[in-house]
Design a protein around this ligand. Structure first.
Ligand code: BV8
Length: 248
């Protein structure tokens, strides 16, 4: 892909902004080799025939905790073997350059923090953390599948938010506050269909933020965006940060 063109007006707005917020989805981890949430896990063989939206539910876990546990174990292995990519690193650099930066992520892979981002709101939890499904206390999984809580015997589960489950207390409040208070809102690598996260770009735009979308494909966010940067986050985000904050 050739050089990414960043509109001067956008680079200037980012350079001058005091408060910036970003919402990321699984598309920013795609170039780390972590499959996006809705793409079939092509090449994964076993998991290709399952619909992630079916498995990421309390009902699936209640019906078949072993299957759901093993799906997450397989994804956890993928994530543990993945490295942050230039998209994650560009957002960590942006946090160092902007006075007030909030990173709101739907991703559960922990790659933003591994890239150096600090002010991160994990709206949907973190796949690398395991909790008791009854007490929600952090637990270290044993070898059995699914592992059981040493205290109460309930199956352990990943510390992620499943469909139909509430988001972590305070997460959406903090994310909404950042969306309403920022001058520039970046929306990168998300299909913009999962609520309540998907409501944040509109909330930012309606509060007067300059809304920017980074995605190779159009999404429901596209019509709301002032700037649409059609491309991969691993190329676009470093170009955007370099245009706003020229190195050297
Ligand atoms: C809740 C954790 C209430 C688990 C996830 C009908 C209408 C509206 C809403 C609903 C409805 N029916 C039900 C709902 C609510 C539901 C929802 O929104 N459903 C959707 C599907 C319609 N939401 C919920 O259930 C939420 N909870 O509402 O609770 C409540 C309140 C109080 C008390 C009790 C209950 C919980 C939602 C959280 C679900 N958990 N993940 C896990 O990971 O296993 S969501 C899951 O989707 C992932 O977290 C993922 O991050 C998220 C969003 O997906 P994306 O990140 O956008 O990924 P996707 O694959 O879709 O898209 C990738 C994008 O990247 C694409 O656009 C692609 O073009 C782009 N891309 C690809 N490569 C690149 C790229 N972009 C840039 N660079 C690249 N290289």
């Amino acid at each position: 892909m050739g050089r990414v063109e960043i509109p001067q007006e956008l680079a200037g707005a980012l350079r001058k902004a005091r408060r910036v917020a970003a919402l990321t989805g699984s598309g920013v981890s795609a170039e780390s080799g972590v499959p996006t949430f809705r793409d079939a896990y092509e090449g994964s063989g076993l998991w290709e025939r399952f619909d992630p939206e079916e498995l990421a539910t309390p009902e699936a876990f209640a019906r078949n905790p072993k299957l759901v546990w093993e799906w997450y174990s397989w994804r956890r292995e993928l994530v543990a073997g993945a490295e942050p990519n230039p998209a994650h690193r560009a957002l960590a650099e942006l946090e160092r350059r902007v006075p007030l930066f909030t990173l709101i992520t739907q991703n559960v892979d922990g790659l933003h923090r591994r890239a150096g981002s600090e002010n991160v709101i994990e709206l949907h939890g973190n796949i690398l953390r395991t909790v008791c499904s009854a007490e929600r206390t952090p637990q270290e999984p044993g070898e059995e599948s699914p592992p059981r809580c040493p205290r109460c015997g309930a199956p352990l589960r990943p510390d992620v938010v499943w469909f139909g489950e509430a988001l972590p207390p305070g997460a959406m409040e903090a994310a909404s506050e950042a969306a309403r208070g920022c001058e520039v809102f970046l929306c990168a690598g998300t299909s913009g269909v999962v609520y309540p996260a998907a409501g944040l770009p509109r909330e930012a735009a309606e509060s007067g933020a300059l809304l920017v979308e980074v995605n190779p494909e159009p999404t429901p966010v596209t019509p709301l965006a002032e700037f649409v940067l059609r491309g991969r986050a691993g190329e676009v985000l470093p170009a955007l940060v370099a245009a706003a904050f020229p190195p050297g």
